[in-house]
Design a protein around this ligand. Structure first.
Ligand code: ATP
Length: 323
């Protein structure tokens, strides 16, 4: 079990002229975990990562990465972190192996050690077969994996990943996810900024949702989904004219008032015991002779949780730390 925080921030504040980018952000990422930083555009995610990576100095608050203070010990912090994003740092005129060896040399590894590290990283990121080719001919996923490999030359304790799969096709995204999972399995702490909720869902142990430069909610992916409610029973009417009757019936079974979604001929209602509600509703529908096109149970997606938490549901959402 991870015991201590690899990334800790308390009350981070950053203002650009009039614009408050961060307004007191806290973060605690246990060693060896993957932590997601999510939020709408302009929420302050990049600013937070830039402060943690020592690229920007905060106006207020404190932060430690791998045990070092980001303001007073920037060199130690830089030695402990890797930073990678959408912009590629690799050189198309060299092969993948030459690129990694060159990065090792740039990080002042002796020649033999740089070569050894390049081989290890080619293996870790499943790039052995492509080692002698130029990244110019790589797929998007391979290229991103080579970038990841380059940021892991010194085996940093903490890796900042800024939207690592933006612009990749589904196969490329899966390749990068696998690479991140491998890194996490080896004990690297990862702070992942992403707009893709399925990515956060798949990779993260915990997720911090940031909005307007403040912590909004922090939870596990499953916990975030739970916050917007339990399972839903959904029934689709075969005949739109019967939708109101169907809504009345489903509402009676679930014990709540239901409003139907006329555009989709659908009735959707939260139910604490999904299987019981489904069985009862199906029996009742048959008894009443109603025709339906579909009936089923559905859990909220992380997208719905996120929209709910940062959008319309804000007033009702529990605050960070509450369960
Ligand atoms: P996105 O998801 O769009 O990348 P973000 O959550 O990373 O957004 P930041 O880039 O941290 O958000 O920006 C937070 C706020 O601070 C935004 O309103 C942005 O316009 C502002 N901001 C960020 N950097 C600067 C800068 N160098 N000068 C002025 N304003 C800035």
């Amino acid at each position: 079990m991870p015991s201590e925080s690899a990334v800790e921030a308390e009350g981070l504040v950053k203002t650009y002229k009039e614009k408050v980018a961060l307004d007191g952000v806290d973060l605690a990422v246990p060693s060896g975990t993957v932590h997601g930083l999510l939020g709408p555009n302009g929420a302050g995610k990049t600013t937070a990562v830039r402060i943690l990576a020592t690229l920007t100095i905060p106006d207020g608050g404190r932060a430690r990465v791998a045990g070092h203070d980001v303001v007073s010990q920037p060199r130690q912090v830089r030695r402990s972190i890797g930073l990678t994003g959408q912009q590629t740092a690799v050189d198309d005129l060299m092969t993948a192996r030459q690129n990694l060896t060159m990065f090792g040399r740039l990080f002042r590894l002796p020649k033999a050690q740089a070569r050894r590290r390049a081989e290890e990283l080619l293996e870790l990121f499943s790039l052995e077969e492509a080692a002698d080719r130029s990244p110019k001919k790589f797929s998007g996923g391979m290229r991103r994996r080579l970038d990841l490999a380059a940021s892991m030359i010194l085996a940093p304790q903490v890796l900042f990943l800024d939207e690592p799969t933006t612009g990749l096709d589904p196969a490329g995204r899966r390749e990068v996810w696998e690479a991140v999972e491998n890194l996490a399995a080896q004990g690297t702490t990862v702070l992942l900024t992403t707009h893709y909720l399925d990515e956060a869902d798949k990779l993260c142990d915990r997720i911090s949702v940031i909005d307007h430069g403040r912590n909004f909610v922090e939870d596990t992916p499953a916990g975030l989904k739970r916050r917007i409610g339990e399972e839903r029973l959904e029934v689709v009417a075969a005949d739109p004219a019967e939708l109101n009757r169907l809504a009345e019936l489903v509402g009676r079974v679930a014990g709540v008032e239901v409003s139907a979604d006329a555009s989709a001929s659908r009735v959707s209602v939260p139910v604490p015991d999904g299987v019981a509600a489904l069985t009862m509703a199906a029996a009742e529908i048959r008894t009443q002779g109603l025709e339906i096109a579909d009936i089923g149970l559905r859990r909220p997606t992380l997208d719905e949780a996120f929209l709910h938490l940062t959008g319309a549901g804000r007033a009702a959402a529990p605050q960070a730390g509450e369960q």
